[in-house]
Write a protein that binds this ligand. Structure first.
Ligand SMILES: CC(C)(COP(=O)(O)OP(=O)(O)OC[C@H]1O[C@@H](n2cnc3c(N)ncnc32)[C@H](O)[C@@H]1OP(=O)(O)O)[C@@H](O)C(=O)NCCC(=O)NCCS
Length: 164
């Protein structure tokens, strides 16, 4: 690991804890997502929590990175959500990551790396040996991040059409 990255990782290690989401985190998840996407979707996040934070927890992982900044109470600095899906598109079971976000002022301090490693470990513990995600072509940050974690183009092509 490069020295600068090591230093940032060490800093994050002391400040950040990755754990499963709790109901009390959801307003902070909504706040973070609203700041990042400029679109408030409280109903969506409450539904995601019901589906991914409370049931089938052996295959669904909604994890948050919690840390203290500037002496404030511990709060949500980022989150990652994924699940194990089996036999969709003819695929053997694999781990899918479908959401990842880090508080803008906490970026480049390995928070996403910690979240990614934590969900990778959950997938491995659950018995799968492959993980996947999808990235918009113009979403530079997620692309840079996932590539840095060793993710490569996979064997599927996404197709779509407008419905009149
Ligand atoms: C993508 C994102 C999660 C990365 O979070 P992060 O905590 O800043 O990432 P890390 O600090 O763990 O970065 C790990 C590596 O990713 C790459 N990377 C991350 N941000 C980068 C940037 N701004 N420029 C270049 N490389 C970057 C680097 O290789 C970095 O390693 P390095 O620090 O040794 O250079 C964050 O930028 C984000 O939340 N973006 C917007 C949200 C979003 O679009 N989410 C995806 C939709 S589901």
């Amino acid at each position: 690991m490069a020295t600068a990255k090591k230093a940032r990782a060490a800093k994050a290690d002391t400040a950040v804890r990755v754990r499963r989401v709790r109901a009390a985190d959801i307003p902070q998840v909504i706040g973070l997502d609203t700041r990042v996407t400029k679109l408030a979707k409280a109903e969506y996040w409450n539904d995601v929590f019901r589906r991914y934070g409370k049931q089938r927890l052996q295959e669904r992982f909604f994890l948050v990175a919690e840390g203290r900044t500037d002496g404030a109470d511990a709060h949500v600095l980022g989150f990652i959500i994924g699940e194990i899906r089996a036999w969709e598109f003819g695929s053997t079971p694999c781990g899918w990551v479908f959401a990842l976000s880090v508080e803008p002022e906490m970026r480049l301090q390995s928070v996403a790396t910690e979240l990614f490693e934590a969900i990778s470990n959950e997938f491995k513990k659950a018995g799968v040996s492959k993980m996947r995600t999808m990235v918009a072509r113009d979403a530079q940050l997620p692309m840079l991040f996932f590539r840095s974690e060793g993710m490569m183009a996979g064997p599927y092509i996404q197709l779509e059409k407008d419905l009149d």
